[in-house]
Design a binder for this molecule. Sequence first.
Ligand code: SF4
Length: 658
Amino acid sequence: MTETRSTCPYCGVGCGVIIQSQADQITGVRGDPDHPANFGRLCTKGATLALSASSAVTQQTRLLHPMQRLRRRDAAQRVSWDSALGFASDSFARIIRTHGPDAVGFYISGQLLTEDYYVFNKLAKGLIGTNNIDSNSRLCMSSAVAGYKQTLGADAPPTCYDDVKHAQCIFIVGSNTATAHPILFRRIEDAKAANPALKIIFCDPRRTDTAEIADLYLPILPGTDVSLFNGMLHIMLWEGWLDTAYIAAHTSGFEALKTTVRDYTPELVADTCGIKKEDLLTAARLFATSAATLSLYCQGLNQSSSGTAKNAALINLHLATAQIGKPGAGPFSLTGQPNAMGGREVGGMANLLSAHRDLANPEHRAEVAALWGVPSVPEKPGKTAVEMFQAAADGEIKALWIACTNPAQSMPDQALVRRALERAELVIVQEAFATTATCDYADLLLPATTWGEKTGTVSNSERRISRVRPAVAAPGETRHDWSIAVAFAQRLEALLPGPGLRLPPFGGRSKTEAPVKSLFNYPTAEAVWNEHRESTRGRDLDITGMSYALLEEAPQQWPLKEGDAAGKVRLYEDGIFPTPDGKARFVNTVYRPVAEPREPRFPFSLTTGRLRDQWHGMSRTGTLGRLFGHVAEPALQMNAQDMARRLLKEGDLVHVTS
Ligand code: SF4
C-alpha cells in the first residue's frame, strides 16, 4: 500500500488527508495527524473520500474521454483531444474575431486548484483580452473580499484556527459551523471544554446544530444583521466599552459611523431583529468586554444582497473594540469551498487581478501586463457570474467555458441559466463528472482529473497553502484542469489574430511561421505556481519565501516573504493596515431591509443551508448511499406555527416561489 499526503477537496477548513492506494486504486483515506488544519481528524465527508473515488463509482460517474455533440440534445460522441482542442480554439477564435473578446466568458470554480485558476485568469485577461471570467465563489465569497478590503485594506483574514483556543468570546454569525465546517467546530467544542468561561454567542435565523454549544442564541430575522451590529455598537458607545485609544491611533472614519449608530437604539434594533433587548445588551457586553473576541461568519453574511455591508458592520465592531491583531481576536470569514481563497489570491474574478490587485487600478493593470508579458490588461470590468449568464441569455456572450462547476443546478434563477446555456452558440464544459446537469448542455465535454489524481495547491480559510498530490494516475483520457487550459491557450495563440482578437505581438502569427515563445510555457503545475508566486512579490500576500519544496515539508501560511523563516500566523498585530495611511477604515454601514417583507405576495423569508454529509450539488457525495444516512434528502424546513396555520404536515410536498 502506498500512502500519499494531500488535502480534502470539500470545505474551506482544508483538512490534510493521507490517501491509501494500491495498484492505481484508492483504497482508503485517513486524517493527516501532522496537518495543522485538522491534526488527523476528518468529518464524514472527508472520511468517505476513498469510497467516492472507488473504481465502481468512477466507472459510473466520471467523464473519461473528450466528447462532442454536433447538435444540441444529440448523444455526445467520443472525439480525440486533438480534435476537441482544435474545435474549441477554432470556435473561440471565430467568435472573438466576429464579435470581439467580450463575446466569450469563463465560469470557473472555487474547487479548482490555484494553478488551474491562475492559467484560466491569464488566458482570459492576458491572452484573449476579456475580463469575462468569474467564479462560483462570486456567489459566496465576493462580499467577504469587499468587506475586508473596505475596512482593513486587503482581502486577508487576519486570524487563524489557533485563535479558537485563545478566544474568550466566540461570536458565530451566519454560519452553521457544526454542519458546514465540522472539524473547525470540533476545535470550538474542545476550546469550550478546556475553558468553561469561554462564552459563545450564536446568531442565525435558524436554530441549527451550532446553537447547541451557544451560551446566547440570537435568532434574528433574516437579513437584519447590519441592524444588529450597529445596535451592538450603539450600546458599546453608550456604555463606554470602546477602545478609544485604538480608534484614534489605528483607524479612520469613526465619527461618521458614530453619528449613524446613534439612531440604532436597543428598542429599535431588538424590534427590527426580532430578539429580546436583554439578549442584545448581553451580546454587546460579551463581545466588547471579553479579553479576546473572535467572530466566525460565513454565508449568512456573505450570500446576501447586503453582504458587503454585513461584513463591514461586523468588522466595525472589531475595530471599535480593538478585538483584532491579538491572539483569540478578529473577524474570521470562513470560506465555503476548498480553494475560494486561492481563487481570490490569483484574482480569478471579473473585477480582480493577480495577487490582490484591482482591475480598476491602472497601475495594477500595468503591473500584471508586465508580469504576463502582454501589452495591456483590458480595463473594462468583466461580467460577474449572474451577469455572464444574463449576457449569454441575451445573446451578448456567444461562448461559455464552464470548468469544475455545475451552474445548471447550483446557480440561482435556473430558468435564466438554462436559457443562457440553450442560447449560447458554444458551451464547453470541463468536468470530472459526466453526471452533472450542465453536461447536458455542452457542445464539447473535456474530461478533467479530480481529487486523488490532481497536483497543485489550495489555500484554506486561515491563509494556509497546502499541497494537493496525486495518489493514482489520471483515469481514461482525463487531464489536469490547468493543462487543459494551457493546451487550449497555446492553440489560440497560434491562430491568426483578427479584429477583436487581442493577441500579444508574439501571439499573432500564422501556423506556418516559426514557433515563438508561448505565454503559456508551463511544463508542470509547479511552473505555474512559481509564476503566481512571483506575482505576489511586495504585495500583502507575498509568498516569495515559499516553494513547492517547502510545502513538501509542511503547509504554510501567507504572507511568507523571501528571507522570512515562517508565515504570519496572525495579521495586524502592530496595528498597521495595508491602506495608504496605514489605518483601518470604519465603513458607515446603514441597515437596509430586504425587499420581500414589503411584498404581501411573499410572506416568508427563505434562507439556504448545507447538509452535513453532502457537498454542494452532490456530484461526488451523492454517489454514496451511506452519506444519505444523516439526512435522506434536501427538504424545506418551516416554523411549526407557520405550518399549522397553512395546514401543512411533516413530509408534505410544497411549492415555493420567490
Ligand atoms: S471539515 Fe471540511 S476539509 Fe475537513 S474533512 Fe470535513 S469536509 Fe473535508
